[in-house]
Design a protein around this ligand. Structure first.
Ligand code: SAH
Length: 281
């Protein structure tokens, strides 16, 4: 029986038998399209023995993992937590201390939201060796695919990533953000996990000084074959998103760069049309 065939054990015997803890590799899975994995991430996936993964946007990413590897789903789907963050960290520590190298696969980049920083800190504090392999974050994937450069000398000289995660319970749920900072002109604001709070976010940005006609968009399942962008303004986007049934995972992009999409998204398709014609000729 090879080491890979061994069942995962966390009993006292396997923990005592272990010497130095094995390494944990926090790997960025990128925004969805498996071709957007880094070469380093793909190599780590191919060599993986135990993979702890979230609910990833791109299923194809897991195809890189050998069939012999243990895959453990620890993410959340449809609002249900498979495991608490504390339990995920405990599991990583137990596996590493039992001498099992762990690949912790996280959507996008491990250090952009998604609590990768907390996991790395816990590993550092526990003295477990770890490595972080960066990934393309959803904002970068969305920008490239939807034709919205995140910065542009004439439109946006600053870029802010924020989380629009609702906090609290029931009617008291709110988004606690630095609204004056997010509403600065000549910047692009990208909000992760903000779909549930889209009306609040748009209203707050207007209350803090951004004009109602400021371009704003949602980008859903960026870089996947079914990616969809809904563009409007701060005034219109909440209704547009509702009418079009925009669903998670999606980003909210606010700023003048959203306008460039009209040209850049079209240019991208017309370039491929020209190439096709040239080939035919
Ligand atoms: N670490 C990730 C973000 C994790 S937070 C990264 O760097 O991308 C999860 C949020 O990311 C989702 O709620 C959504 O807002 C955003 N997200 C992740 N993948 C996405 C995708 N393919 N398209 C649009 N938004 C995405």
């Amino acid at each position: 029986m090879s080491a890979l065939d061994e069942p995962l054990r966390f009993d006292a015997r396997s923990l005592l038998a272990a010497g130095a803890p094995a390494k944990v590799t926090l790997v960025g899975a990128g925004p969805g399209d498996p071709e957007l994995l880094t070469i380093k991430a793909a190599n780590a996936l191919r060599a993986a023995q135990v993979v702890l993964h979230d609910s990833l946007v791109g299923d194809g990413v897991l195809d890189f993992v050998p069939p012999s590897a243990h895959r453990i789903y620890v993410g959340k789907r449809a609002g249900c937590h498979a495991m608490s963050q504390r339990a995920i960290i405990e599991l990583m520590l137990q596996l590493a201390r039992a001498g099992r190298p762990v690949l912790r696969l996280k959507g996008g980049d491990p250090y952009v939201f998604g609590r990768g920083g907390e996991e790395a800190l816990a590993l550092a504090e526990a003295g477990v060796p770890f490595e972080v392999i960066p990934g393309i974050s959803a904002a970068q994937g969305a920008a490239a695919c939807a034709g919205m450069p995140l910065t542009h000398r004439d439109h946006a000289r600053a870029l802010v990533f924020a989380t629009g995660h609702l906090q609290g319970v029931g009617d008291a749920r709110t988004v606690d953000l630095d609204w004056p900072m997010l509403a600065r002109p000549r910047q692009t604001t990208v909000i992760y996990m903000g779909l549930g709070a889209l009306p609040v976010i748009c209203a707050q940005l207007m209350q803090h000084g951004l004009p109602g006609d400021t371009p704003a968009a949602t980008v859903e399942r960026a870089t996947c074959s079914d990616e969809r962008t809904i563009a409007g303004t701060l005034e219109t986007l909440p209704a547009l998103a509702r009418v079009h049934g925009v669903r998670s995972p999606a980003l909210i992009v606010v700023g003048e760069v959203v306008r460039l999409r009209d040209t850049l998204a079209k240019t991208a398709s017309s370039i491929s049309a020209v190439v096709v014609n040239a080939d035919v000729a």
